[in-house]
Design a protein around this ligand. Sequence first.
Ligand code: PLP
Length: 425
Amino acid sequence: MQDYHIHMDQQDPLSSQRNAFYIPEHEGKDALYFCGNSLGLQPRGVMALLEQEVMDWRKYGVEGHFHAKNPWFSYHSIVTESLSRIVGANPSEVVAMQTLTANLHLAMVSFYRPTKDRYKIVMEAGAFPSDQYAIESQVRFHGFEPDDAIIEITPRHGEHIIHHEDIIDTIERNADSIALVMFSGVQYLSGQRFRMKDITEAVHTAGAMCGFDLAHAIGNVELQLHDWNIDFAVWCSYKYLNSGPGGIGGLFIHDRHAQNPDLPRFAGWWGHDEQTRFLMKKGFIPSHGASGWQLSNAQVFQIASLRASLDIFDGVKLEELFSKRDALTAYAEQLLLQLKEDMPHIPLEIITPKNKDERGAQLSLLFHEHGKALIDKLLADGIIVDWREPNIIRLAPTPLYNTFRDIHEFANRFGKHCIDLFGEQ
Ligand SMILES: *Cc1c(COP(=O)(O)O)cnc(C)c1O
């Protein structure tokens, strides 16, 4: 067992991918970076792709819209094919645009159309704040009260994870009054992965719409948005997709809706049919597919940096990525549980589900006390994990650039810091 990490790194078909990234340094050595769930590392290809656009702008000015190497007129489409593979969709169902929260609002304009009787939204309790604010404000915008219109599903008393049966039960019990069910694919705080396909099926049986926030799911877990019949989904690309701070968001609209020009939406000129966009005429004609939800012209620099990361994704088999994810995360979990067994007085509890089908790369470590003091020690030691109030340390081994050695090293140093803080016994 001592050399498990060496063996696993040698066997790893993805081991060379780490060289495609810049690893932050701490005191002259590679830091232990486990925050790919918050901000992915920079692909080495980013600068060249940004430079291409900066230079084309310099060279062509406005003519770059048609004469740049990658014409900006259709620049959003250079990521469509790669994104559609990652989310399991047809290219026509996917568009890179705006940011996650903006896309959530735009999608809700189309898919949350409450009536007097059917106006409720079901969501997970403790959702990421931006999602909570977006949903509350949409409910109010339509003249309803969040307390009445939003049904939050909580973990059972004393637990941290939501039971799948409780989600299905709630949907069935409220079948007549639900307009929309909006869940995350992977919960940002607990790391729980929801059963998107089964939830969608139950929602459709109830006669409502079903959307997902894939912020922590995209690039992290298996997705088949088209086959699962999901109505819409939104994501950001700066977490597991490594597009950099403020990176371009994304939107999925299922083909059965995306081809429907009568679906209400907030429109902008870039969503207008490409053939006639520059005739600058009155009367919005949506282009086919998710691209008909675009508002503005493509955010070229943001899309260029995402392209650099997708070049890496294009070169890997997703099954290999996911199987390394499971192995890395299980290894981290095993070493932490061992530590807990050796030192039962450490007030640590791993709240992420143990079952690999119910989680992605992330482990959430709940500290009943002194968590804040511990994270300060970890950061000072070049172990980059993050802290979520009031008491959770999130650790996300990212299969594209983390190694089994990273985990081994993490567990050793983490153990030492725990002894420092909590004593040997
Ligand atoms: C990261 C994250 C966001 C961030 O929203 P932005 O609009 O990109 O700032 C929203 N929702 C969830 C669930 C997230 O994890």
